[in-house]
Design a protein around this ligand. Structure first.
Ligand code: NAD
Length: 298
């Protein structure tokens, strides 16, 4: 089988100064993509800024024979997001792929979480992915081609103690991925999300030490690169990816229990049937989901 190449294609990778984003940027560049290496260069909690990490990645890409430019704008502001997209157009004249990867943490148990900690995390992950995709969308639509990869997390899909802000942002990205997947379809814009686990500065204090050797950022990037490629026809999906394993994560609905004009007590008395999972449905559109409800009424 032929190698999947990105010659002539241009990619933006946000938060690409280190960790997962760095690995994605290097992997895309290695296959011929011209890359905008965006990174604010702050701490894990989002404070501070430096162009150092992004510049190091660009230097490495160039040393390996690739093409890349540094961008140090903030994904969480409309001006920053527009400037990130503009830097792709200015440097390389087009844009094909957006990898929304930038992220921060402000972990705190829910009762102790401040409004500022909530807002800061939502701003970078959810608003930032919206803003960069929104700035890129008209260009992708006009050329009738694009690939967007959002970075969700198992914390959002399954919940994580102390991460209400982060979980909400990461599950929000699933909704964004699904709707943008539908809206992008006519213009051949495919939108998918990954839910990775990898040893980075963000997780090194949370993961067991033995994870470091196997849960590498490099083990996540092949999926991102595939989802970024023009040959990938999938859209609106979420994939769990870590340490060599890749799996589709889907939202399922149980077969349900039905009784028209039911009472509160009917709900209580039929709770087991309502909670039943098998045989589950996996609607991929709102229409399919409401179609299943309509069918149950017949
Ligand atoms: P990381 O801290 O190494 O990388 C995140 C990068 O984003 C940093 O370089 C940071 O400077 C940059 N960044 C932060 N705010 C920014 C902003 N406003 N604008 C531009 N850049 C900004 O962490 P990582 O583990 O590589 O995380 C990458 C992504 O993967 C994040 O979205 C994270 O939530 C997600 N994720 C990571 C894991 C994991 O196990 N490491 C698991 C699930 C999801």
């Amino acid at each position: 089988m032929s190698e999947l190449r990105f010659d002539g294609k241009v990619a933006i990778v946000t938060g690409a100064g280190q960790g997962l984003g760095r690995s994605h940027a290097l992997a895309l560049a290695e296959r011929g993509a011209k890359v905008v290496v965006n990174d604010l260069g702050g701490a894990v909690d989002g404070t501070g800024a430096s162009t150092g990490p992004a510049a190091d990645v660009v230097e490495l890409i160039k040393k390996n024979g690739g093409e890349a430019v540094v961008n140090a704008d903030n994904v969480a502001t409309p001006e920053g997001a527009k400037a990130i997209v503009q830097s792709a157009l200015d440097a390389f004249g087009r844009l094909d792929v957006v990898v929304n990867n930038a992220g921060i943490l402000r972990d705190k148990s829910f009762g102790k979480m401040t409004v500022e900690e909530w807002d800061a995390v939502i701003a970078v992950h959810l608003r930032g992915s919206f803003l960069v995709s929104h700035a890129a969308f008209p260009h992708l639509k006009e050329q009738g081609y694009g690939r967007i990869i959002n970075t969700s997390s198992p914390s959002g899909l399954f919940g994580s103690f102390g991460q209400a802000n982060y979980s909400a942002a990461k599950m929000g990205l699933v909704g964004l991925t699904k709707t943008l997947g539908l809206e992008g379809a006519r213009a051949n814009i495919k939108v998918n999300a990954i839910a990775p686990v990898a040893w980075t500065r963000m997780t090194e204090s949370l993961l067991p030490a033995e994870f470091e050797a196997r849960f590498t950022p490099e083990s996540v990037s092949p999926l991102v690169v595939y989802l970024a490629h023009e040959s990938c026809e999938t859209s609106g999906e979420v994939f769990s990816v870590a340490a060599g394993r890749v799996a589709r994560v889907f939202v399922a609905e149980g077969p349900g229990w039905k009784q028209e004009n039911h009472t509160v007590e009917d709900i209580r008395d039929n709770w087991e049937a309502i909670m039943t999972e098998q045989p589950y449905l996996t609607p991929t559109t709102l229409g399919q989901q409401s179609g299943a409800s309509m069918k149950a009424m017949l």
